[in-house]
Design a protein around this ligand. Structure first.
Ligand code: FES
Length: 91
């Protein structure tokens, strides 16, 4: 699956497997400086917006319903579902 991450005005791309790895962990393993703190779905430091594609959130103790409806996710809890996912930390 192809992941594109927009962060601080730049876009980084990488591929990852559908193996239960969260998007945040995959990004960190590609040396992308994505923001995080708790990695447990609580702090919302890793909040980002899905611009394209589909993801599934394993757990969410931080985002309000209206944020989820608007496409925001906790990237530490986010598993990609579609072949291409574009996520922005800049929105
Ligand atoms: S790092 Fe805290 S909710 Fe994702």
């Amino acid at each position: 699956m192809e992941i594109q991450l927009k962060l601080d005005g730049t876009t980084r791309s990488f591929t990852m497997q559908r193996d239960g790895t969260a998007v945040l962990d995959a990004a960190l393993s590609h040396d992308i400086d994505a923001p995080y703190s708790c990695k447990g779905g609580i702090c919302s430091t890793c909040r980002a917006k899905v611009v394209e594609g589909e993801v599934e959130m394993i757990s969410n103790h931080a985002l309000e319903d209206y944020e989820v409806r608007a496409g925001y996710v906790l990237s530490c809890q986010c598993l990609p579902l579609s072949e291409k996912v574009v996520i922005s930390y800049d929105e």
